[in-house]
Ligand binder design. Structure first.
Ligand SMILES: [Zn+2]
Length: 373
């Protein structure tokens, strides 16, 4: 085997990622280009109500045009950011609007150096958008609750993931975490600032975020390791079952990376804390954004030290953990992989495992590529 593709397979298949949109982050600073993009005839706006996206009867995402939302949001990018910050009125309605980027593969207008179809996301939660909500539902579209959705076409899953995480982050950061003042969303929704004045009247409280380089907040991404412990002889994989999971449903271990930890250290710590196994060498496999609300899943395989495979459960997070032979895991991935909230696949009686859209599935496939002879 001489290539990474041969060893690990295609690395471009993470669900919720690798979509058609080029983010072109420099356009976020160009208010005239953003205004032109938003009001363009080709612009596609994905609206969310309480973080649920608008969908058609076929279940696919349904996009609106600027004319559908113009009465509700006006022209938010008409003025430059300096003027918007200077005029900031904390009691006015400020639409939570995200510039997602341009689909450069579709023909559209020119924005600066690039041509393509602009994509935006808009949060219509709350009372300001009643008219818009009625008009879209009258067209047979709906905002259906989608706590975890794995049914979108791949390219739409990436748009949804990007939009949902940023809208959620904006919604959680309406007030400054340093001084408590009302914040303002800027840079096409990718940054919030704490304005120095309300309606031209300077705020009384000095805000540390307005000093030096700390004058802003950027969206966060929380790293989480998804772990496939491998036995020292590389013949078995450890899988765990959470306390509220269905009977016989197993997956990789996982846990948040803590400050001051490398991904490898976190992998060893989590594997030990959840099951008691002792991991030596860790190899990162691939990653996947997870928009609930803004996690980065990092797949890591870790091989146990000789004799480190005993399961002792130092903490009580798991219902059970078990070692499985590689052939058994392969059979489960091929025959018994589906979401845990769905019934088991008919006729399949082995251990159930996550479907291909999930990091854990791809990580287990990676382990098999390496060790299943
Ligand atoms: Zn502040």
């Amino acid at each position: 085997m001489s290539s990474l593709n041969e060893i690990f397979g295609d690395g471009h298949n993470a669900y919720f990622s690798n979509g058609p949109i080029a983010r072109l982050s420099f356009l976020r600073l160009q208010h005239a280009q953003l205004d032109k993009a938003l009001t363009s005839r080709t612009a596609k706006i994905l609206t969310f109500d309480e973080l649920n996206p608008l969908r058609g009867s076929d279940g696919r995402l349904a996009f609106l045009k600027y004319e559908d939302v113009s009465d509700s949001i006006g022209r938010p990018y008409e003025k430059d950011e300096k003027a918007r910050i200077a005029d900031f009125d904390p009691s006015a309605h400020h639409p939570t609007l995200i510039f997602l980027g341009l689909d450069l593969t579709s023909s559209g207008d020119r924005f600066g150096e690039h041509s393509g179809v602009p994509y935006f996301a808009l949060d219509i939660s709350g009372g300001h958008y009643e008219a818009l909500r009625s008009s879209v539902t009258a067209q047979g579209l709906k905002y259906a609750p989608t706590r975890v959705d794995l049914t979108l076409p791949h390219e739409q899953s990436a748009i949804y993931s990007h939009a949902r995480s940023l809208l959620d982050w904006n919604a959680r950061n309406r007030f400054c975490s340093s001084c408590g003042g009302r914040t303002m969303s800027t840079h096409g929704g990718a940054k919030v600032v704490c304005p120095p004045a309300d309606n031209g009247v300077p705020r009384k409280r000095a805000c540390p975020t307005r000093v030096g380089l700390h004058n802003h907040q950027f969206p966060r991404t929380d790293p989480t390791v998804v772990i496939a412990p491998i036995s020292a002889d590389a013949k078995r994989i450890l899988l765990g079952r959470g306390k509220r999971w269905p009977e016989n449903y197993f997956s990789c271990l996982s846990g948040f990376v803590e400050p001051g930890e490398s991904l490898e250290t976190a992998t060893r710590r989590e594997a030990y804390e959840e099951t008691g196994v002792k991991i030596d060498r860790v190899q990162l496999h691939s990653s996947q954004p997870w928009p609930y609300p803004s996690t980065m899943l990092i797949g890591a395989m870790g091989q146990c030290v000789e004799g480190g495979e005993d399961i002792t459960y130092p903490e009580t997070e798991l219902e059970e953990a078990k070692w499985f032979e590689l052939a058994e895991v392969e059979h489960a991935l091929n025959e018994g992989a589906n979401p845990m909230w769905e019934p088991p696949i008919k006729g399949y009686v082995g251990p159930r495992v996550p479907p291909s859209q999930l990091m854990a599935h791809q990580l287990l496939r990676g382990v098999l590529k390496l060790f299943r002879k």
